[in-house]
Design a protein around this ligand. Sequence first.
Ligand code: ADP
Ligand code: MG
Length: 473
Amino acid sequence: MNSGFENSSVQNGFDALTTSLRKLFGETIYRRWFVQMNGTVSEAADGSKNISLGLPTRFMRDWVESHFGEEIRYAWKNLSNNGQVSFSVVSPLVKAGTAAPKNIESPEVKSSAAPADDFYSGFSTEINPHLTFDNFIVGSANELAYAAAKRAADSDTASFNPLFLCGGVGLGKTHLMQSIAWQIKNKNPEKKIVYLSAEKFMYHFVRALRQKDTMRFKEVFNSIDILIVDDIQFISGKDNTQEEFFHALNTMLSRGKQLVLSADKAPQELDRIEERLKSRLSGGLVIALNPIDFNLRLGILQAKTKKIGIELPEKVLEFLAYKITSNVRELEGALNRIIAYTQLARKTVSLEMAQEVLKDVLRSCEKKITIDEIQKRVAEHYKIKISDMQSARRARAVARPRQVAMYLAKQLTPRSLPEIGRRFGDRDHTTVIHAVRKIEELSSSDTAFKDDVELLLRLLKANISEDLRPEAA
Ligand code: ADP
Ligand code: MG
């Protein structure tokens, strides 16, 4: 699950949003603009949750949308699994006029400077000022990525180009990339930084095509100092965009300007991306962000609570760090829930309350391991083809891994022996029994083998992929 409110009442989505707006903009702005706002959440066909925000007057609606729209959309996207935001006038909630503000200071956080050229400014409005190096907690899972990102932000010449960050969702890729943008911006305000998602890249490109203005699009890459493109897996299969992206990369590289890119997988593993683009992408430094361990999770929770200025019992934090292992986004979602609860209940939570508050979050975290996954992991581990899990081949090199997979399927899934057999090339349940016995026997006589099987078991249980290890140092 992706947000901290999905399983609870719809209203919690709006509460979660206002909580984060309050944190983002501070009390004054919050009270002036957001206390009179209401929100209705609806579910789109694709499962994302859209929110319609109502403000009492047209003036307020326009003001909120134009001044805070970007941040609100950003916050909502994070909370709702990419949901959309719309603004409307919902009157009369309050008497018109009482709310009309005068002399409003602009919010202390704004997206990065907007140059006169709207084309260029369109590229750089996605920077979230909270995603900085200072707010990034470093541990063994991400220290390489952190160091490389720092280096890219600090050095005047591009030292490894492109810097490519890869790893699963919620592990800090966007955070690090935005930190780079932010740091460069603070140190050298004159530098032209472009940060955008691959989807935005595509959007700008398609728009340029439509307006017959691709020259101008190409020129951007001749003038900027650093190009940061997030989530480039999104351009898979989009041939025109890939072509243009390839040119943009080449332009930047030949000018010796830093490129920072990210994707959910390493370049070579990206689907439907041209070979020449893949090789460009992996031509610099590829670094993986790994799943975070307990200590890092705890460290992140401690840092976040400290920053917000809220104190939670150490036991509760440890409980969260122990239970929510998937990624930092979910960890944050759970923490926000606890914080919201603390504020509503006006008392600190006990461990029991935390368990209760997070009941549904925890339930969805309990991993269900599938036979497909087991087959995939085991095949990867022993470097055989997945199809060999079902094949009739009896050579030891494939038969043994197949037996290991059957054994693991018995240990880790509630499937019956005949069911397991069927999934392994329609084998009989007696074959599965034989495999289980064989693995038990080998484990008791061969400790190296036993360690190997146990490692697989642990990795599967913890949902840790072996291919998430750093690629290069
Ligand atoms: P990704 O882009 O890899 O999917 P994000 O960078 O969006 O992940 O991270 C998800 C959330 O977790 C963000 O709110 C981010 O600030 C937070 N986060 C991730 N890693 C860390 C870290 N090491 N320290 C602090 N916060 C982190
Ligand atoms: Mg991201």
